[in-house]
Design a protein around this ligand. Structure first.
Ligand code: ZN
Length: 107
């Protein structure tokens, strides 16, 4: 028997994905919590190129396609798992992101 609390606790949320190859972002509805035994999705195929697009967090905002340095910065943040699941301070520029990456030994 399903307890009513279990039903109420299932949520849909809008996850933002970013493809760094295309510099393109898209959203998909995801289930929270994930199906039993499943981890939250880290990527989904990019609708444009089919490569894995990274889950960036619900507070992610895509820069313009032409903002190459902003996209490079985001790729670096993704490599460091500095994602947009919560509000908070993150490196604003590529130079700042590189400094953090060097400190963490990622670069
Ligand atoms: Zn793509």
């Amino acid at each position: 028997m399903t307890h009513p609390r279990d039903l109420r606790s299932v949520r849909r949320y809008s996850q933002h994905y970013a493809c760094f190859a295309c510099r393109r972002a898209f959203k998909r509805a995801e289930r929270w919590p994930p199906e039993e035994g499943e981890a939250p999705r880290e990527s989904r195929p990019c609708p444009e190129c089919g490569q894995p697009a990274r889950a960036m967090g619900v507070n992610f905002k895509a820069p313009r396609r032409e903002s190459a340095n902003q996209w490079r910065k985001l790729e670096l943040l993704a490599r460091m798992n500095m994602l947009f699941h919560h509000w908070g301070r993150r490196p604003a520029t590529l130079a700042e992101a590189k400094q953090v990456a060097r400190r963490k030994g990622v670069l």
